[in-house]
Design a protein around this ligand. Structure first.
Ligand code: ATP
Ligand code: MG
Length: 258
């Protein structure tokens, strides 16, 4: 629906559920007919493709090594070659495409190559409504500018005191990187329930995803987690999150046309 894609980056400390939430978010946008979605795996230990049930042949990292390490086809500029290979590295699936970034840095100076990749990302962006980026625990890609500035940074966390402290640290880093505070929202994952309301302090979460046995089961059976039943609690919660994001994208669009 929006003309410029609305970009959502997911961050958080290791094992909090970034990949699970990213894949369910991609699925939810498809369910809401907000397609095509671009899924970006920005974690060097890429496994978003598994969560989405597709396989990846090559990453942008390996492609960059190749394009800059060998002779390119005659009659083609290195620039065009990278653009072509970039398109080819895209994994196309039902309702979404996926691109895996691989390692952010190789040997030597890759500034030129990284700039070129950011340019390719910008080329690509025009084709999508929503871009979901599963980032690594740190904020390498945001710091390097490879993925640009997201419209929304979701910090995935466990709902406890330690989680809240980590969120505060991530908020600090992200704001230092130039992201306004209001674009940083918290997602509490693997919430084990209970009847007492929890005190989130100043962190009013944009979503609370329950601990869901279906997610665990998919993991144990090596099945794509994004394919769990539609009425599974985690999938229902992420759909509600996707609806909120669609509303945010609409707001941005309306602000843009004021
Ligand atoms: N809502 C949930 N209910 C039950 N299990 C969950 C839920 N969310 C995540 N998990 C489980 O927690 C583990 C970590 O999830 P996931 O891989 O999504 O985290 P991550 O933040 O991407 O991890 P990493 O930092 O290693 O990339 C997985 O085994 C996953 O199945
Ligand atoms: Mg992950």
């Amino acid at each position: 629906m929006p003309k410029r894609p609305f970009t959502i980056a997911l961050s958080g400390k290791g094992g909090t559920g970034k990949t699970t939430t990213s894949s369910l978010l991609v699925r939810a946008f498809i369910d809401l007919n907000e397609k095509p979605v671009l899924a970006v795996d920005a974690d060097p230990n890429a496994n978003l493709h598994e969560a989405l049930g597709v396989s990846v042949q090559e990453t942008l990292g390996s492609m960059r090594e190749e394009a800059f390490g060998r002779t390119i086809p005659p009659g083609m500029s290195r620039h065009d070659y990278v653009r072509l290979r970039f398109r080819q590295s895209l994994v196309e699936s039902e309702g979404f495409d996926l691109v895996a970034m691989g390692r952010p840095e190789g040997r030597g100076c890759y500034c030129f190559a990284n700039d070129l990749l950011s340019e390719c990302m910008k080329d690509l962006e025009r084709d999508y409504h929503f871009i979901v980026i599963d980032t690594e625990a740190g904020m390498e890609h945001i710091a390097r500018g490879t993925i640009g500035t997201p419209d929304l940074l979701l910090v995935v966390s466990d709902p406890g005191a330690r989680g809240l402290r980590t969120i505060a640290r991530i908020r600090e880093i992200a704001t230092q990187l130039g992201l306004p505070n209001e674009k940083i929202r918290v997602v509490f994952n693997q919430y084990k329930g209970g009847t007492a309301p929890i005190d989130f302090g100043n962190e009013e979460p944009i979503a609370i995803i329950p601990d869901d046995p279906a997610v665990e089961e998919a993991d144990l059976n090596a099945l794509p987690v994004s394919r769990i039943q539609k009425e599974s609690p985690a999938r229902v919660a992420v759909r509600a999150l996707a609806e909120k994001i669609v509303a945010l994208a609409l707001e941005r669009k309306q602000r843009g046309s004021e």
